[in-house]
Design a protein around this ligand. Structure first.
Ligand code: DLZ
Length: 225
């Protein structure tokens, strides 16, 4: 009797305090997943892209939405001091074409980072799933295989409403992609020694103010501390 009353009271209390959250039906994704990508939650420090060159490859599919995203990316690039002359834009038909075009651009050696910009909207068939998978892993591979930061600027949405929410106003994801491109370009230049080379230091692989490693002989010499 006491325990039954206690259980009912706890149930009422948990509902009132919000501690009791009814489980969503199995088919609905958890709220945290639905929020993923809905808001920009990443912050960027001061990025100086004065010497950074960025290539944007954009699709003609979903032209209006992609144009908004490209505008967002350009806005962020300019906020990071990337000059108009250092922003190159070209286009491909659809998202499936982005990885190969990104590879050509990365291998040209003319840019420090590439932003692949597109919008995929789910239709009635499995086409969306195949393209999303191919494009995301394709873009990742280009970055890894060419050492050129290649930004995944592709919205993968269930409907047009989701696209609009993520490509306009305060929540234009293109802006994050622009900042990410500059941050990764600077990171690459530092890691691969480009910055070091320019400043007269030895080009090296590694981060920060790395100094050349001493050889064993140098370590044994009397002048070595
Ligand atoms: C075919 C197709 C479809 C159905 N949907 C989209 C889309 O939502 N976004 C996009 O960028 N491209 C789409 N495409 C075109 C493919 O990406 C690709 O251009 C063609 O399959 C030719 O390779």
């Amino acid at each position: 009797m006491i325990s039954k009353t206690f259980l009912s009271l706890s149930l009422v209390a948990s509902i009132v305090t919000g501690a009791f959250v009814p489980k969503a039906p199995f088919s609905s994704p958890p709220a945290s997943l639905l929020r993923m990508g809905a808001d920009s939650e990443v912050s960027f420090g001061d990025l100086d892209g004065t010497d950074v060159r960025v290539g944007i490859i954009r699709t003609r599919w979903n032209d209006e939405h992609v144009s908004n995203l490209v505008d967002g990316a350009k806005k962020a690039l300019k906020a990071c001091n990337v000059t108009d002359d250092n922003i190159f834009v070209t286009e491909v038909p659809g998202a499936f074409e982005l990885p190969l075009a990104a590879k050509f651009l990365a291998l040209s050696g003319t840019v420090d980072a590439v932003i692949c910009c597109g919008v995929l909207i789910k239709g009635d068939t499995l086409h969306f799933e195949y393209i999303c998978e191919a494009v995301s892993s394709g873009i990742m591979q280009i970055g890894l295989s060419t050492n050129t930061p290649t930004i995944f600027g592709v919205l993968t949405c269930l409907n047009e409403e989701q696209v609009i929410k993520r490509s306009t106003g305060e929540n234009n994801h293109g802006e994050d992609w622009g900042s990410t491109a500059v941050e990764m370009a600077l990171l690459k230049n530092e890691a691969l020694g480009v910055t070091a080379e320019k400043s007269g230091k030895m080009a090296n692989l590694g981060f920060g103010d790395a100094k050349p490693l001493k050889t064993d002989t140098e370590k044994k010499s009397p002048g070595f501390f």
